[in-house]
Design a protein around this ligand. Structure first.
Ligand code: UDP
Ligand code: MG
Length: 317
């Protein structure tokens, strides 16, 4: 009987130190993963360090297990995940970070839940965020609360990208070819039976995170635009609201002038109103612009990533 295959999709950006640690950690639990072969798909996302060299060497050493894809530049983790999923050939496919914040020890249990309990997807959730700055945890929590309110898809607090999926679910994800990819939303949008394993937060094995607070903020704005159109509704609501207020005051002013002969005094009130309305207009225009920008990028249909080298090129020469 042919063995079933588990593909591990691993995006790597400047991870020369962590890749060997990751490989060792997965190999350590390999004996527990009975009746399955493992395929590693490392995606080098335009790293500036020796990540590609490390991957080349490892692919030469373990040609049956290790495959790699290397991008022409940094396209971001979402693009790397997409590329990895496209190239994975296993019946079961896991996506995991290379920094060991996604503990490989959970894999046997995840596999059990999919194979025996017939889930389509097993995700993971951090129940604590220890080792992370408090402000970051707080903002993350508020972000999830907000997203759940303004978006139709469910966002699980603390859910990581680390998950094991069936091929069927991966095909569904690949059928979403949008350029602006917010994986957490996409995983949830495609549906399927998903269960979550919980674990304590782990710190990076080595190297450092490539996320600053600012980049996280931009990421969350993108997520909102990608998975909700509520901000557009806010724009029309703000417009309607300020129109109603102005209508009310117009009536008040007319009545005061006509009945009480008490006209409202000059320009301070006028200037305040002009500034307020101007500000609101720009704010709403900004929201519309954000959506328009996304539409513009999608309409160009640019590829999600560009490959420069893969392990199969190397095998040919
Ligand atoms: N990563 C990537 N491209 C990027 C940034 C990150 O492929 O532009 C990878 C990175 O190598 C790691 C994973 O995405 O495997 C998560 O990154 P990181 O650990 O920096 O994020 P954090 O765990 O702090 O959220
Ligand atoms: Mg990490």
């Amino acid at each position: 009987m042919e063995l079933e295959k588990l593909s591990l999709v691993v995006p790597c950006y400047n991870e020369e130190q962590t890749i060997p640690l990751f490989f060792a950690a997965v190999e350590k639990i390999r004996p527990i993963l009975a009746n399955i072969s493992i395929e590693y798909i490392f995606v080098n996302d335009g790293s500036k360090d020796q990540t590609l060299t490390v991957l080349r060497e490892m692919a030469l050493k373990y040609p049956d297990a290790i495959r790699y894809l290397s991008f022409s530049r940094n396209f971001g983790k979402e693009a790397a995940l997409f590329a990895g999923l496209e190239h994975a050939t296993g019946e079961y496919i896991a996506v995991m970070d290379v920094d060991l914040q996604d503990p490989p020890e959970l894999l046997p249990q995840m596999l059990h839940l999919i194979r025996q309990e017939k889930y389509d997807c097993v995700g993971t959730r951090r129940v604590s965020r220890k080792g992370e700055p408090a402000i970051r945890s707080f903002l993350a929590k508020e972000f999830y609360r907000l997203m759940n309110r303004i978006s139709a898809v469910e966002f699980v607090d603390g859910a990581r990208d680390y998950r094991l999926m069936t091929r069927q679910m991966v095909e569904a994800i690949l059928s979403m070819t949008e350029v602006n990819r917010f994986s957490k939303g996409i995983f949830s949008w495609v549906g399927f039976d998903t269960t979550y394993l919980e674990y304590e937060n782990k710190e990076r094995a080595a190297g450092k995170t490539s996320w600053s607070l600012w980049s996280l903020f931009k990421y969350s704005l993108d997520a909102i635009v990608d998975f909700s159109d509520i901000p557009l509704a806010i724009a029309s609501f703000v417009g309607l609201f300020s129109f109603l207020i102005s209508l009310f005051f117009m009536i008040v002013i007319v009545i005061r002038t006509v009945l009480f002969d008490d006209p409202t005094a000059g320009w301070p009130s006028l200037v305040t109103i002009i500034l307020a309305i101007g500000g609101l207009q720009l704010f709403c225009l900004g929201i519309v612009g954000k959506y328009l920008g996304k539409t513009y990028l999608e309409s160009k249909k640019r590829p999600i990533y560009i490959l420069k080298e893969t392990d199969s090129d190397k095998k040919k020469d």
